[in-house]
Ligand binder design. Structure first.
Ligand code: MMA
Ligand code: CA
Length: 297
């Protein structure tokens, strides 16, 4: 083997050639490296550019999306507003309907109240008329009974028959009731016995009753309960013959509406709520003994 160093000494040809080849190699290497760097840089630049481009695209798309979303939001908001105003309108309509129904309801209830009032008025009118008619009927029946008695008397009949425990005077029968009662209780007691609290129409009748008068007073069928001072007998007639005690009737304490017969036979208006131990009933006497066992004969 030959040493390259020793071989180079003394010769100018071959060693210089080796030096230039190395330089060229280095140059080529440098150029290749530079080209590679340039390529790499270009690649990087292209990649950067591409990325930038992509980013721009993305930004544009995002902006488009944002504007779309904004538009959607706006549309949604305007839809919501429209729905809200529709809902408000509906609420107003419902309120108006409620008001209308309420006012109609109150009109109906007023109408109903008026109808009820009318019905009540009609009912009470009807009741009143019925009561008046029945009173009138009773009065007429009594008139007929009295006329029949008069007719029979004129035909020679005595017409003085009374039920057991009743006392006869002329063409009437009297019952002298005992037991503490208010005026109204005495009235019902007489009615239960088929008579009425007594009505007195003549001095003779009064004299007959006076003979049986009670010391503490007896209730008789006279009162001024409807109109103060207008006394009415239980047979419906006003006072004709009268036998008031002097100074009576005085409506003492502004509350005396029922009349009692004193021991003297004279009359005094007294409190209807007072209890009296005796009370006198009357009824018409019969002309013939009844064929059946009616009315206690
Ligand atoms: C009593 C009572 C009245 C009557 C007077 C008469 C105090 O009241 O019986 O009805 O009129 O007496 O003085
Ligand atoms: Ca009196």
């Amino acid at each position: 083997m030959v040493d390259p160093q020793s071989q180079g000494e003394g010769f100018s040809g071959p060693p210089r050639k080796r030096c230039c080849r190395r330089g060229t190699l280095l140059l080529v290497l440098g150029l290749v490296t530079a080209a590679m760097w340039a390529g790499l840089l270009s690649l990087l630049l292209v990649w950067h550019w591409d990325t930038l481009e992509n980013l721009k695209q993305l930004e544009k798309a995002a902006a488009r999306n944002v504007s779309q979303v904004a538009k959607d939001l706006q549309r949604h908001q305007s839809d919501q507003m429209a729905q809200k105003s529709q809902a408000l309108q509906m609420v107003e309509e419902v309120k108006a309907e409620q008001k209308r129904v309420k006012s109609q309801d109150s009109k109906f209830s007023q109408y109903l109240d008026r109808l009820r009032e009318d019905l009540n008025t009609l009912k009470s009118q009807g009741l009143n008329e019925r009561r008046m008619a029945s009173d009138e009927l009773k009065r007429l029946q009594e008139e007929v009974a009295k006329l029949r008695i008069e007719l029979q008397v004129s035909n020679g009949s005595m017409c003085n028959l009374c039920p057991k425990d009743w006392v006869n005077f002329k063409h009437k029968c009297y019952y002298f009731g005992k037991g503490a009662k208010k005026w109204i209780q005495a009235r019902y007691a007489c009615e239960d016995l088929g008579g009425r609290l007594v009505s007195i129409h003549s001095r003779e009748e009064q004299d007959f009753l006076t003979t049986r008068a009670n010391k503490k007073g007896s209730w008789i069928g006279l009162r001024d309960v409807f109109v103060e001072g207008e006394f009415l007998w239980m047979d419906g007639s006003p006072v004709g013959y009268s036998n008031w005690y002097p100074g009576e009737p005085n409506n003492h304490d502004r509350g005396e509406d029922c009349v009692l017969m004193k021991e003297s036979g004279e009359w005094n208006d007294a409190f209807c709520r007072d209890y009296l131990d005796t009370w006198v009933c009357d009824r018409l006497a019969s002309c013939e003994p009844p064929t059946t066992l009616q009315d206690g004969f």
